[in-house]
Write a protein that binds this ligand. Structure first.
Ligand SMILES: Cc1cc2nc3c(=O)[nH]c(=O)nc-3n(C[C@H](O)[C@H](O)[C@H](O)COP(=O)(O)O)c2cc1C
Ligand code: SF4
Length: 420
């Protein structure tokens, strides 16, 4: 059978639009903006490769609209009041559609909150997280959060006007939109305490984006952490318990859909706290099964007319992994991708690290050229580059990034990232 006949190769409707296949490129922040926050030649080259790779959907990496709250110094940004920056975005979108008109471009919008890092960024917090951030980080108030919603809405409208296909309003990974959702946000303020208050930020933002853009052809959705894996995080039963209770996470995805979300991109874990859960590591690959389950829970909650993109497939590669209790022929990314779609556990398969290892995987799969694929080994050297705020790419398969890691390691030593 040709891969063209498999579930992964079939088109799917997202809102009023159609993705040509079931591959999604995850948003992958790669710290290679120019110093002014615009596109460097390296950023452009990355996206050219992804467009040639022909995934149904490309979720553009996390960008900031508040230049003083970047997560990292070289984060790409959309600066609404900077005409040069807006022109760069316009050119980028047009040039990429010229490379390949098929992938749908969805841009991930973010505010880094207490994860703002690097040079002159202003860190702000909903409530400082135990042991992680200084107690003197300024607390945000109602007005600040209201203003942030307006910034997301304004950026969505700008991207719509420039020709982007949609936005991902980011509610995961401990950034501002996710901190607000956590049970840990038990402060008494407009967006804290009760679930009604904590979900207000996400729900109001989604409603407002829909209203202001006012075109069903524009895709709106969110990447969501279903369970962050630490006490008080999203998906825990209360501000100080580690026990899982997905009631709020399920209500979140349902509520987003009711307010106009066309897709949910599943995530689990929080990279700066529970990293191995978030991006399963080669020594503990089985965590990808938990992500499969979370995607299924989202699918059951949102039903047919909201697309669920399942995450955490990179660790699978072509079957060279440490999965336990599995038939050898079941071991690969393509097996589980097709299986989960066929069984209705997810609609699409999102590729994170694997998209750095080989941005052209979807095209190679669709053309039955699997032998040409460069596989991610889940070594997480790319994560080390991100943490070091260096240009990020695959250290195993792309020499310039191997050299960047060698240089930074010679200067600073290696980081110990995970337990294995
Ligand atoms: C270098 C790097 C950059 C990332 N940047 C983002 C980002 O901008 N936005 C986001 O939501 N997730 C980001 N992630 C998380 C991935 O999108 C994805 O959720 C995670 O890597 C798990 O998927 P995987 O197992 O396929 O890698 C990043 C991960 C890595 C390794
Ligand atoms: S550096 Fe390692 S984890 Fe990152 S994409 Fe390459 S092989 Fe995968």
């Amino acid at each position: 059978m040709s891969n063209k006949d498999t579930a992964l190769a079939q088109p799917i409707k997202i809102g009023k639009r159609t993705a040509k296949n079931r591959f999604v490129i995850q948003p992958m922040e790669c710290c290679d903006a120019n110093p002014d926050g615009g596109f460097s030649e390296r950023s452009l080259e990355r996206y050219r490769n992804l467009y040639e790779g022909n995934a149904g959907v490309i979720v553009f990496e996390s960008i900031t609209m508040q230049y003083d709250s970047r997560a990292r110094d070289m984060q790409l940004s959309l600066q609404p009041d900077n005409r040069e920056n807006i022109k760069e975005w316009e050119k980028f979108i047009k040039d990429m559609k010229d490379v390949n008109p098929d992938p749908l471009l969805i841009v991930q919008l973010n505010h880094s909150g207490e994860i703002s890092g690097g040079g002159e960024q202003k860190r702000v917090t909903v409530k400082p997280l135990w042991g992680f951030y200084d107690d003197d980080t300024p607390l945000v108030d109602d007005e600040y959060a209201d203003k942030t919603i307006d910034e997301f809405v304004r950026a969505s409208k700008i991207l719509y006007d420039l020709g982007a296909d949609g936005v991902d309003l980011k509610f995961c990974h401990g950034y501002f939109g996710s901190q607000i959702l956590r049970p840990y946000n038990d402060r008494d303020w407009k967006y804290g305490g009760s679930w009604e208050n904590r979900s207000r930020f996400a729900f109001d933002m989604t409603e407002k984006v829909r209203k202001v853009v006012n075109d069903d052809n524009f895709i709106v959705g969110s990447k969501v952490s279903m369970w962050e894996g630490f006490p008080g995080g999203q998906g825990s039963a209360g501000p100080d318990t580690a026990v899982i209770d997905l009631t709020e996470s399920i209500d979140l995805v349902k509520g987003l859909k009711e307010r106009g979300a066309d897709f949910i991109l599943e995530s689990t874990g929080a990279p700066s706290i529970t990293m191995a859960l978030h991006m399963p590591e080669k020594g503990k690959a089985d965590d990808c099964y938990l992500h499969f389950t979370m995607a299924k829970i989202v699918k059951e909650a949102v039903g047919d007319d909201c697309v669920v993109m399942g995450g955490a497939y990179s660790v699978l590669n072509r079957g060279k992994n440490t999965l336990q209790a599995v038939q050898p022929e079941w071991n690969s990314l393509f097996h589980w991708g097709n299986y989960n779609i066929e069984h209705g556990y997810a609609d699409m398969v999102a590729l994170g690290r694997q998209s750095l290892a080989d941005p052209k995987l979807p095209a190679k799969y669709l053309e039955d050229r699997e032998d040409d694929i460069k596989w991610c080994t889940a070594c997480d050297s790319c994560v080390e580059l991100l943490i070091r705020q260096q240009n990020v790419g695959c250290v195993v398969h792309n020499k310039p990034y191997t050299e960047i890691l060698q240089k930074v390691s010679a200067e600073k030593g290696r980081l110990k990232l995970k337990v294995t």
